[in-house]
Design a protein around this ligand. Structure first.
Ligand SMILES: Cc1ncc(C[n+]2csc(CCOP(=O)(O)OP(=O)(O)O)c2C)c(N)n1
Length: 576
């Protein structure tokens, strides 16, 4: 660390700030414009994971942040290095994940000349960052980096980019860390007033058929136990968004599970029949509401949200409590009254709905020898005791994971919800494993999404990371094929998929693998992977034309779902 007033280069100042923020792991890829920073990095206690593609670096930083709650850091050079980060930054933005991306920029005198590897990356990322900075002088490095970390983690978290010109990295200035505090005034987080809290309590205490909608905000704010206290005291069932899964224990009797497009029928029906929705840290995404005009029309709505821009954006609410969920729950809890008598009938009604749907559940049907993805996820959940940290990709397998792996604790599911980014799982799992080395980390990907970032297998091998990889291999871009099946008369344009031999591919990186094509083999393969010290890949060859049920077609009312047909066990002929 520097003595106060010592001269330091911009590159040294950068890493000193990063280290003082508590960061020890960064993910990146070098190049000319960021070379001074890479050179200076060697003087600092930083583990740098050199990725195979800069998109991977951003997903790793994101996975690191989601697994730990700490800020993740990704580094890239100018031009193509920086633009390769765009998808990862947008992914972090949509899911409110705190990451700081550091990019090199061409020399300040070359800016605007179309110099070699010049891109206006602050311009490019303006709509997909919480904030970004172009730093052209060494004196400005520390204030920008320190503020970037603050902005990324404060309020509603999100990605911040700091673009530093090569001369700002190379140049030097007198440096005093403590004097280089962020210049900008910090914005205080609002807190609802007593009248608003009283109004919310009046609604909650009187409601006969309330439902809590728990979102990512529960996990971000670390309020799982307060949520549990609220639900239990008021006897209110809890539905979760995809990103809210784990915020409330799935095994709890008041847990409803996932809501929305692929939510179970009882969850969506309960929401449609409710008289009060208590939305906590969620933003009424269209995948959650279906058609807004027909969404929970009989329900009053309370929205607790830290970002005022989300309030009344998609769904008009009766009462908005803008503030940190932790503060609001602290204020609400003492005023929760014993539930009114109607609440008991409501819970009974939900129990009936649940029983009705469960009859059709694939887990309750006889094993016909075929391997369904739902079996794989269910058996993985059993084998890991529900305690693994699962990182999924995007597609059908993501929805089956959400339905069949029952998450009891926060930060045990990491998935790209808002942007729905294929290629997310493998690199995000790397970040998660570095953030939580003791966790059992499983990356679950489709055969399509895995191929988008599978080069990061090399990173796993090089860093010797103990990550288990499960590929749900159905020979299709499954989720798109499902839409074609339902809405395009089974015209499977561009969705059949040829894949390499994934086990041989992993083997080329020194990662062992096995192929599984029968249900009876699932548990054994999972156990073998768990017993192996180090990375291992399991290629699950599942039914090709299986479908995620239920499904609310895009734009339809939440209660108008395509239900799971009962003869699902009859898909395909008898096994040989
Ligand atoms: C980068 C990107 N491109 C395209 C899509 C559109 N998309 C959503 S799901 C999906 C299919 C995913 O197929 P696969 O990875 O094999 O998983 P499966 O649905 O079969 O489980 C596609 C193409 C996307 N979400 N992300």
């Amino acid at each position: 660390m520097t003595d106060s007033g010592q001269r330091r280069t911009g590159a040294q100042i950068l890493w000193e700030c990063v280290v003082r923020e508590g960061v020890r792991d960064v993910f990146g890829y070098p190049g000319g414009a960021i070379l001074p920073a890479y050179d200076a990095m060697l003087e600092f206690p930083i583990r740098h994971v050199r990725v195979r593609h800069e998109q991977g670096a951003t997903h790793m930083a994101d996975g690191y942040a989601r697994a730990s709650g700490r800020v993740g850091v990704a580094v890239a050079t100018s031009g193509p290095g920086a633009t390769n980060m765009v998808t990862g930054i947008a992914t972090a933005m949509m899911d409110s994940s705190p990451i700081v991306c550091i990019t090199g920029q061409v020399g300040s005198r070359l800016i605007g000349t179309d110099a070699f590897q010049e891109t206006d990356i602050t311009g490019v990322t303006l709509p997909i960052t919480k904030h970004n900075y172009l730093v052209t002088r060494p004196e400005d490095v520390a204030p920008a980096v320190r503020e970037a970390f603050h902005v990324a983690r404060s309020g509603r978290p999100g990605p911040v980019l700091v673009d530093i010109t090569k001369d700002a990295q190379q140049g030097s200035c007198a440096f005093d860390y403590d004097a280089a505090a962020p210049a900008r005034a910090r914005r205080p987080v609002p807190r609802p007033c007593a009248d608003e809290i009283a109004a919310a309590l009046a609604l909650i205490n009187a409601a006969e058929r309330p439902v809590i909608l728990a979102g990512n905000g529960v996990i971000q704010s670390g309020t799982s136990s307060a949520l549990r206290a609220l639900a239990e005291r008021a006897q209110v069932p809890v539905a979760a968004t995809l990103l809210g899964l784990g915020g409330f224990p799935a095994s709890h009797p008041l847990s409803l599970g996932m809501m929305g497009m692929h939510g179970e029928a009882w969850v969506n029906t309960a929401i449609q029949e409710s008289d009060l929705l208590i939305a906590l840290g969620m933003r009424f995404d269209d995948r959650v509401t279906g058609n807004i005009r027909t969404y929970a029309t009989g329900a009053r709505k309370i929205h607790v949200e830290i970002d005022p821009a989300e309030v009344n954006k998609n769904v008009k609410v009766d009462l908005a409590l803008v503030g940190d969920l932790r503060d609001v729950l602290d204020d609400l809890l003492p005023g929760i009254a014993p539930p009114p008598p109607g609440r008991r009938a409501w819970l009974a009604r939900i129990r009936d709905l649940k029983g009705d749907s469960a009859v059709l559940d694939i887990q309750n049907l006889p094993d016909n020898g075929h391997l369904y993805a739902a079996h794989v996820i269910h058996d993985l959940w059993r084998a890991t005791g529900g305690r693994a940290l699962v990182v999924t990709d995007v597609g059908q397998h993501q929805m089956w994971e959400a339905q069949y792996y029952h998450h009891d604790s926060p930060r045990s599911l990491i998935t790209s919800g808002g942007l729905g980014t294929m290629g997310f799982a493998l690199p995000a799992a790397i970040g998660a494993k570095l953030a939580r080395p003791d966790a059992e980390v499983w990356a679950i990907a489709g055969d399509g999404g895995f191929q988008m970032t599978m080069a990061e297998l090399a990173t796993i091998a090089q860093e010797q990371l103990d990550i288990k990889i499960g590929i749900i291999n159905n020979g299709y871009l499954g989720m798109v094929r499902q839409w074609q099946e339902f809405f395009y008369e089974r015209r499977y344009a561009a969705t059949p998929l040829l894949s390499p031999d994934f086990v041989a591919l992993a083997g080329a990186y020194g990662v062992p693998g096995v192929t599984v094509s029968r249900r009876s083999e699932v548990s054994r393969a999972v156990e073998a992977a768990r017993a192996h010290r180090g990375a291992m890949l399991v290629d699950f060859r599942v039914e090709q034309e299986d479908t995620v049920y239920p499904m609310v077609p895009a734009g339809a009312a939440l209660h108008d779902m395509i239900r799971r047909p009962s003869p699902i066990a009859e898909t395909g002929a008898d096994p040989d």
